[in-house]
Design a protein around this ligand. Structure first.
Ligand code: GLN
Length: 496
């Protein structure tokens, strides 16, 4: 019998072993970096690695543990961080040429919290440029490949984080989610991803894409790890004006609470045209399973669902066009070469520094905000956003959680949609509404399609009901007959 390597274990398992001093953090990092050196060249999940620094931190934490010091909740556990979350002294590229050499002078609040919990940052993960994409193909640093099939995309925009966790190159990771960027790659890579309630995790130090939608969240191998990491990064922060007053919580503790009386809502709008039959079947089975465990299932209606994509692509691009105005070659990052007049320098810097998708969004966003079109597009989209939020409020009068597929399909092929932005945008159809409504949503592996590609099930809840959706996700994970989650074999060579 062969034992799993340390990098193949879950965070909570390693935490126990560390606390009992059966293993050292240094040993975890050795096995993790062995895997990274082996797999990253083909999966391309990391943009920047921190091997030396991480190993040094591990030694320091191992020493403190030996001395019997009190350590944080993630002491000695490695965490990978999406490359749009500012890390002091570690370059933070946002997957863009514009910030390819940008080294932040400060840490995002989520990073400060990780450090306070004695976690170890191992590297920065690949992503769609500025978070704009659903396949990780818009990254300046090249696409991330799906560990289940290297010819397929990892999903996006947190594709690097999801693929790193799925291929045992990370124990746990941070991602960010503006319209599905944590949940969709988690679904495509067979891992767990939670987008918290808007305001639950501080956005301070998260490079802004669409500020009214962006949230940082956890991508992990299982639900328990997701609860562990989400509990560490949440909590009020006075440096983010949209931060909610709630303090940190221990989500893991709520796993034991009673499940009776939990009502699951199923909305027909999420099971209609465009949904792959195999995905539908697997998600329906997941719902049946929870029903069999004693949860009630009721039909709810979310009538404005079909307006979500259009609404999102007006609001997100409007906000992006404003947020990305700061990349002008003066204050941050890339500047075009040559002795240029100011206007010419702006123009060349932005033309050369941004990729095609980012430019498309800036142009679209500037258009919907321009005089004469503002009312027709931006103001209208804000109204529809309220209708979408109202749909959820009404549904949550009847039920406690709403279950849907995370994505209408499994991971698609590299190159399949990249030249067709509209088709690409449609792949976010089930994830975007949670961002528009500001509610928490988790993707949890629920099965596979006939080609062996992972299928994610999405659980959405009322604002601040992370504990409940984590609990439902945990029950699903624990009761699936063939573990859909992490006990799978990667493509054969990598298990060596
Ligand atoms: N795929 C969506 C987009 O391209 C969502 C991205 C995200 O959540 N950052 O905008």
């Amino acid at each position: 019998m062969s034992y799993p390597k340390l990098n193949q274990l879950k965070g909570w398992q390693l935490k126990k072993m560390l606390e009992k001093r059966q293993i050292s953090s240094r040993e975890i990092l050795t096995s993790l970096f062995d895997q990274i050196h082996k797999e990253n060249p083909r999966i391309n999940a990391y943009i920047t690695l921190q091997e030396k620094q991480a190993k040094r931190s591990a030694e320091r934490i191992d020493d403190l543990r030996l001395k019997g010091e009190n350590l944080g909740a993630l002491a000695g556990l490695p965490v990978a961080v999406k490359d749009n979350i500012c890390t002091r002294g570690i370059r933070t590229t946002c997957g863009s040429k514009m910030l390819a050499n940008f080294v932040p002078p400060y840490d995002a609040t989520a990073i400060q919290k990780l450090k306070r919990a004695d976690a170890i940052i191992v590297g920065k993960t690949n992503m769609d440029e500025f978070g704009m994409g659903s396949s990780n193909e818009t990254s300046f640093f090249g696409p991330v490949r799906n560990p289940y099939d290297l010819e397929r995309i990892s999903g996006g925009s947190s594709g690097g984080s999801a693929a790193a966790v799925a291929s045992h190159m990370a124990i746990m990771a941070l991602g960010s989610d503006t319209g599905g960027s944590i949940r969709q790659p988690a679904s495509f890579c067979g891992v767990v991803g939670l987008k918290p309630t808007y305001g639950r995790v501080s956005r301070f130090g998260l490079v802004a894409f669409a500020s009214s939608l962006d949230q940082i969240g956890a991508i992990t191998k299982d639900v328990k790890d997701c609860a562990l990491l989400s509990g560490v990064i949440c909590g009020h922060d006075r440096r983010d004006s949209t931060s909610l007053p709630e303090e940190e919580v221990n989500y893991v503790e709520s796993f034991d609470e009673d499940i009776e009386n939990i009502r699951i809502g199923v909305a027909p709008e999420y099971f209609g045209g465009g949904l792959d039959e195999e995905v539908k079947k697997v998600v329906m089975n997941g719902i049946k399973l929870l029903n069999g465990l004693g949860m009630k299932v009721e039909e709810v209606s979310l009538p404005h669902t079909d307006k979500a994509i259009a609404t999102y692509y007006v609001l997100a691009t409007a906000e992006a066009s404003s947020n990305l105005a700061r990349y002008d070659g003066i204050k941050y990052g890339f500047r075009a070469e040559g002795d240029l007049e100011l206007a010419e320098m702006y123009c060349r810097t932005r033309s050369q520094g941004f990729g095609a998708e980012v430019k498309r969004r800036i142009i679209l966003g500037t258009y919907v905000l321009s005089a004469g079109y503002y009312q027709a597009y931006y103001a209208k989209a804000q109204k529809v956003r309220t209708l979408i939020r109202d749909d959820f409020n009404k549904a949550f009068d009847k039920v406690d959680v709403i279950i849907t597929p995370t994505s209408p399909t499994t991971a698609f092929k590299l190159g399949e949609k990249i030249d067709d932005p509209l088709t690409m945008y449609l792949s976010d159809v089930y994830t975007i509404s949670a961002n528009l409504a500001g509610i928490p949503a988790i993707s949890v592996p629920c099965g596979k399609d006939s080609e062996g590609l992972p299928i994610g099930l999405q659980i959405m809840g009322k604002p601040l009901s992370e504990d409940l959706i984590l609990r439902v996700a945990y029950l699903l994970e624990q009761n699936l007959s063939t573990p859909a989650g992490f006990n799978f074999k990667l493509y054969p060579e990598s298990m060596g």
